[in-house]
Design a protein around this ligand. Structure first.
Ligand SMILES: Nc1ncnc2c1ncn2[C@@H]1O[C@H](COP(=O)(O)OP(=O)(O)OP(=O)(O)O)[C@@H](O)[C@H]1O
Length: 613
């Protein structure tokens, strides 16, 4: 699959889908709270119109001798109370609706991410841009709740005040409405432009984040200090921010000009209307109450219009951004599954048949017709120079990608026909680039098989086999010690005191043993993959680990990748990957006798050791 470039235009259909998805999400996350919020928002919108009419009634009755004023005055008091209290209650409801919807949206987003069974999407920068915008949209879902509230109050306020204005001056009503249409159209266009800009600048933000992460994290701290590259990275980081700001500045400038012109036009209409009301009242055509009503209506219409415009355009901007959320949610799985059968227990073996692979159409071929059989119960070793494609082959075996051409057969069934999750259930692996989780030691092992997480003897057994048990048992809290100095873990009492300073950092080799323990805890899997499991170990530890692995591999199907050829010599079968194909394969002795690449590399390494006096 080629890397997809995003289309920068978002269609009306996508916006409609985003609106439907957002509405459904808001409703699902709390129908009662959402209804309460909308009811209160409606009340908040109606009260000002009511207040204007009550004020007119009070003023007109005051101007008429003998007219009773108590009832409208009491109504005004009640309206004042409602004006003060309703927004507070509405805001409380809005916070609750917004937070729970945002939680729900984030959960759904990450669940959707989990349905991407392979790695391809994660290596697509366009997808990463979308993902970031989607996460941001999920977090900012409360703003859509605001938008919905403002829309309701805007429509009601506008209808109420326009109705009032219509009674006083139909002509002015038409003029006011006439100014509203260009405002709305201009704001729509601005929102679209801003949304396209946000999409465009996401690449700058992700790079800024990358540099920021380097500068603030512990991983790169040592190199940054030693090489003195902190200033250089900071300059780059700020450069990315400036590029994003420059793109936004262009939209800001356009917005300032357009909005300034439109606001001046609105103010002109309002000023003319006021002039008309005052002169008409002077001539006896309007009462004092009418003038007060007129002023309230003009202000109300303007306020409702600007609120409505902000709600509609703000909502439109959020919806445009929310299309990225929907796109991630509905993205096709990156590994098309044909039959989705559960992977059966391995009885015969795995066969790679004329496997070709490249990471994308833009990348060179890495594998060019690999034919290899890993028979059931065999320990197979794969060797080759740096970049030969050994790890790539492992990724294909775990079905992180599908071969570009050719097939990988699991007991005769194409991996494409097996569900990726069930296939991986049957595999255990230590990856060359294994993870060091900022979690406790027990969790670092238990993540290999969640059923072992609460089973301490199983965790200890795996740690013993990986030769790391003694180190873990000696930690301040034993297996419950957090292996991090970055996070405070396990202290949920909110106390950041000295207790929380318990994290421990392991050495590179110790982390590697822990990764091995994590794979060993997945006991009884059909295939064990060991991609450079001992590269960071001292010679003694390496020897010891290989001894243990050897015992563990006995009678199991395994694939070992190692540059230490002494570690692969007792494999049942050694395969040499070169130029994208299996160049040689056979038992160690046979390959030595054949005197090919393997024999040359083996002798080179052996000579290196023997050269030591
Ligand atoms: N995700 C990726 N996208 C594009 N190219 C990649 C990716 N991963 C690896 N490659 C390229 O594929 C080639 C094979 O890499 P691979 O990691 O499989 O080699 P290897 O044999 O395991 O090497 P080593 O012995 O150094 O670990 C390399 O040229 C590498 O640049």
């Amino acid at each position: 699959m080629a890397t997809t470039r995003p289309r920068r235009r978002i269609s009306a259909r996508q916006v409609r889908e985003a609106a439907a998805e957002a509405a459904a999400l808001l409703w699902r996350c709390g129908p009662v709270r959402l209804s309460a919020f909308l009811a209160m928002t409606t009340a908040v919108a109606v009260v000002p119109v009511l207040t204007a009419w009550l004020t007119k009634a009070v003023l007109d009755r005051l101007a008429t001798t003998g007219a009773a004023v108590a009832a409208p005055a009491a109504g005004l008091v009640a309206a004042g109370l409602a004006t003060a209290l309703l927004p507070v209650a509405a805001r409380f409801a809005r916070e609750q609706v917004g937070r729970s919807a945002s939680r729900g949206a984030t959960d759904r987003l990450f669940a959707a991410l989990g349905r991407q069974a392979g790695l391809r999407r994660f290596e697509d920068p366009a997808y990463q841009d979308r993902l970031r915008l989607a996460q941001d949209s999920a977090r900012r879902l409360p703003e859509l709740v605001d938008g919905a509230g403002s829309l309701v109050s805007g429509v009601l306020g506008l209808t109420g005040f326009l109705g009032s204005l219509l009674l006083l001056s139909p002509l002015l009503t038409v003029v006011v409405l006439g100014t509203a249409v260009p405002v709305l159209l201009a704001e729509f266009s601005l929102a679209r432009r801003r949304s396209a800009t946000e999409w465009h600048v996401e690449r700058f933000h992700r790079r800024e984040f990358f540099y920021g992460h380097l500068l603030t994290g512990v991983d790169a701290a040592m190199e940054i200090r030693l090489f003195g590259i902190g200033g250089f990275l900071r300059t780059r980081m700020m450069g990315e921010r400036e590029r994003a700001d420059a793109a936004r500045r262009r939209v800001d400038a356009r917005q300032a000009v357009v909005q300034g012109a439109l606001k001046a036009a609105s103010a002109g209409v309002a000023g003319y209307g006021l002039w008309w009301a005052v002169t008409t009242a002077r001539g006896g055509g309007l009462t004092v109450g009418d003038v007060s009503m007129f002023v309230a209506a003009i202000i109300g219409v303007q306020a409702a219009l600007s609120g409505l415009t902000a709600a509609v355009t703000g909502g439109q901007a959020r919806l445009l951004a929310f299309t990225h959320y929907v796109a991630v949610l509905r993205a096709e799985p990156d590994l098309p599954t044909v039959a989705d059968r559960p992977a059966p227990a391995l009885r015969h073996g795995i066969v790679l048949r004329d496997v070709w692979f490249r990471y994308s159409d833009d990348h060179p071929w890495i594998l060019r017709g690999v034919d290899l059989t890993i028979p059931h119960g065999y320990a197979v070793a794969l060797v080759g120079l740096n970049g030969a494609g050994k790890t790539t082959l492992v990724k294909l075996l775990c079905r992180m990608y599908d071969p570009t051409r050719g097939q990988i057969l699991w007991d005769g069934v194409d991996l494409r026909d097996l569900s990726p999750a069930s296939l991986r259930e049957r595999i255990s692996a230590v990856f060359q680039e294994h993870m060091n989780y900022d979690m406790t030691a027990a969790e670092n092992i238990g993540l290999g098989d969640l059923t072992a997480l609460a089973d301490r003897p199983r965790l200890v057994g795996a740690a013993e086999r990986a030769g790391v048990h003694e180190r873990l048992a000696a930690l301040p809290y034993g297996y419950d010690t957090p292996l991090t100095r970055t996070f405070i873990l396990g202290m949920d009492n909110g106390d950041d005191g000295p207790d929380a300073e318990t994290g421990v950092v392991l050495s590179g080799g110790q982390w590697q043993r822990l990764a091995l323990a994590r794979s060993l805890v997945r006991a009884g899997r059909d295939l064990m993959i060991l991609d450079e499991p001992s590269s960071g170990l001292d010679p003694e530890a390496e020897h010891e680990v290989h001894e243990r692995i050897r015992e563990h591999r006995e009678g199991r199907t395994s694939l070992l990748i190692s540059h230490r050829l002494s570690a692969v010599r007792d494999a049942d079968l050694v395969a040499v990957l070169a130029d994208g194909r299996i160049a040689e394969h056979g038992p160690h002795d046979a390959l030595l006798a054949a005197d090919g690449t393997y024999a040359r590399l083996f002798r080179l390494q052996a000579a290196g050791y023997q050269a030591v006096p």
